[in-house]
Design a protein around this ligand. Structure first.
Ligand code: UD1
Length: 420
């Protein structure tokens, strides 16, 4: 296992290019199961999670080859409906093979992903959705076993206790693409990654409208064909660099992504005092001398993303007052508090909220990464802290940030990787 060692306090300067979106790539890869024809995806990020999805696709009857940032996905004629526990348990995103397997093969046996450090993470909405399309679903020995002759279009409400589900919407949209008749998803997730999946499905011959909004209408078709598609940039990676630049008071240009996908963050940053100069596909960050404390609540898109909550908390730990961060999407996503506090932050948890008293500076310390975005928050804290920070279990970081250490080194950070 690798650990990352950072000598903090180095000035950061220069340009960074944002990689392809992880959360868009995973469901798009799953969607290739809906056809026997070849699909070619470009701008695919080389991440642990993409590799896990590639392994899963291989186990389900695909040959998958990398060609630089391209993935070429072909059927090998041995379609298999069983998504094994070993692969699903390492990455929750694997659940989005349920809809495609069921729609294409008439059966799917997908391991229940289980919880993780950011919360319980139920899959009731996925199951409710495929049942509404006529599948018979059983849970047996830790697996979801779903069967159908042919899925039938229906009206499905996908709102849960914490709002819509991103991968739930993805799963039902993919299943409905090959169902008989019309499906209407109400309370669909509006995340850009859902929109991107629908665009890819439409390239494959699906008939989907309304994606990007809360009501998606899908006219089922008999067959989908192969397609070529370029993945868009990762808005969460971009948001992480925007926050880092503001927090490190550095002059960084962040390139090749769509800043409009971060409107909620932009709104908050204005109040914090961070200036974002937007040019076509890039932004330049001008950090203020003093970061003002601004409270934030996470919501489904277009609200403030839960996936940059930890990074925002790292920034607020250096504000000149008290702020509150509340996560309505994953109310238990606070494992990073204890580790940030080891670095001198003053944060306490009260229910689904974190109360952050800004401090003047952070100090390097040995810390442990607990999940993907928490790791990013610790890297950010390490980069601005006095002294040396050692972050263990960085495989979490490698799940979602392509070449993060190389990108940071190019900006002037002192960061290296060592085997534990
Ligand atoms: C996706 C993202 C993840 C992001 C999350 C919310 C991927 C691979 N992952 O995860 O990075 O943090 O969206 O933006 O794209 N819920 C239920 N029942 C369900 C499903 C979800 O109650 O069947 C709840 C969850 O516990 C959570 C909320 O709904 O409270 C949102 O979760 P969801 O949108 O499903 O997250 P994912 O799609 O798994």
């Amino acid at each position: 296992m690798d650990k990352i060692i950072i000598e903090g306090g180095k000035p950061l300067k220069g340009e960074v290019r944002i990689s392809g979106s992880k959360n868009a790539t995973l469901p798009v890869l799953a969607a290739t199961l809906l056809t026997d024809e070849t699909c070619i995806l470009s701008n695919v990020p080389r991440l642990l999670d993409t590799n896990t999805m590639v392994k899963l696709l291989k186990s389900l009857g695909k040959d998958v080859d990398w060609d630089k940032d391209k993935l070429i996905i072909m059927s090998n004629g041995k379609a298999n409906p069983v998504a094994d526990y070993k692969l699903v348990s390492t990455m929750r995103g694997s659940i989005c093979v349920l809809g495609p397997l069921l729609a294409k093969l008439g059966e799917a046996k997908v391991s229940l992903p289980g919880g993780c450090v950011i919360g319980v993470r139920p899959v009731d909405l996925h199951i409710k959705g495929v049942e509404a399309l006529g599948a018979k679903v059983d849970i047996d020995a830790g697996y979801i076993i779903a069967k159908t002759k042919r899925l039938q279009g229906n009206r499905v409400y996908l709102g849960g206790a914490s709002g819509p589900s991103v991968l739930g919407t993805a799963n039902i949209m993919m299943a409905a693409a090959l169902a008989e008749g019309e499906t209407i998803i109400e309370c669909a997730a509006c995340e850009p990654e859902v929109e991107e999946l629908a665009n890819f499905l439409n390239e494959m011959g699906a008939r989907i409208k309304g994606h990007g909004g809360p009501r998606i209408v899908i006219h089922g078709v008999k067959k989908l064909h192969g397609a070529e598609y370029k993945m868009s940039a990762d808005r969460i990676e971009a948001g992480t660099f925007v926050l880092l630049a503001g927090m490190a008071k550095s002059d960084i240009i962040i390139r090749d992504f769509d800043y409009h996908q971060l409107t909620a963050l932009d709104d908050i940053l204005k109040k914090v005092g961070v200036q974002v100069l937007v040019e076509r596909n890039s932004v330049r960050i001008k950090a203020p001398k003093v970061l003002r404390p601004v409270s934030v609540t996470t919501y489904p898109y277009p609200g403030f993303p839960t996936d940059i909550q930890a990074q925002y908390m790292a920034m607020m730990s250096l504000s000149n007052g008290v702020s509150v961060v509340r996560d309505t999407v994953f109310p238990d996503r606070f494992m990073h508090i204890a580790e940030l506090n080891r670095m001198g932050a003053r944060i306490r948890r009260e229910g689904g909220s974190a109360i952050i008293e800004g401090v003047k500076g952070l100090c390097g310390a040995p810390v442990v990464a607990s999940d993907l975005r928490a790791s990013a928050a610790l890297v950010m804290a390490g980069l601005v802290a006095r002294g040396r920070t050692e972050i263990r279990r960085v495989y979490h970081l490698d799940r979602g940030y392509e070449n993060i250490d190389k990108k940071l080194m190019a900006l002037g950070a002192s960061i290296k990787r060592e085997k534990e």
